[in-house]
Design a protein around this ligand. Sequence first.
Ligand SMILES: Nc1nc2c(ncn2[C@@H]2O[C@H](COP(=O)(O)OP(=O)(O)O[C@H]3O[C@H](CO)[C@@H](O)[C@H](O)[C@@H]3O)[C@@H](O)[C@H]2O)c(=O)[nH]1
Ligand SMILES: [Mg+2]
Length: 191
Amino acid sequence: MANNLFRIRERTVLSDDWGNLARYDFELKTRSGAWQAQRREAYDRGNGVACLLHDPEGGTVLLIRQFRLPAAVNGHDGMMIEVPAGMLDGADPKQRMREELEEETGYRVSELDHLYDVYMSPGSVTEYLSFYQGTYDRSDRAAEGGGNVEEGEDIEVLHVLLEDALAMIRTGEICDAKTIMLIQHLALERR
Ligand SMILES: Nc1nc2c(ncn2[C@@H]2O[C@H](COP(=O)(O)OP(=O)(O)O[C@H]3O[C@H](CO)[C@@H](O)[C@H](O)[C@@H]3O)[C@@H](O)[C@H]2O)c(=O)[nH]1
Ligand SMILES: [Mg+2]
């Protein structure tokens, strides 16, 4: 791993459990052309997918609520309202997104539009998320949803009017980055 901007001197694994936390000693080419020694940590848990489905007839968006430990240990009550999302585990992103939507919400969709790929915390986490958007119809529910119980998931499905979702961003009730981005993207498109 190197290019004309950086070269890694040493990679030290600090933790290798669910994700991988590594410390990198590397050299970075500064704008003056000199090489500067730096040390940074990076948490790698793979890449992911996220998707907002909206119902053009009913005017709702499909959101989920689930417990998020990292937010709970940083001041949130833990019950985050989010768009459905999943970890990629090397799979095809669009296919993974379809499976994740069905597992978490029970809705089966075939058409999904890819919007953009986004590094969510590039100073500390390696992950980027591929963002998708699609439509759903409330009569289209193919499965129960709720997430994978064996993996400890207990997911509540919410149908929220787009205007209400935008208001929930303003009040702070929705405070997850991927969710805010996708709701605002839809609102911008609908203007
Ligand atoms: N044992 C163990 N299991 C974990 C851990 N972290 C997550 N899991 C399990 O791994 C599964 C992850 O579920 P997904 O639906 O695939 O991912 P996600 O947690 O919704 O994460 C999505 O959103 C995140 C951003 O908010 C993204 O970071 C992630 O890539 C993905 O898009 C869940 O069953 C969860 O219990 C962990 O530290 N330990
Ligand atoms: Mg998920």
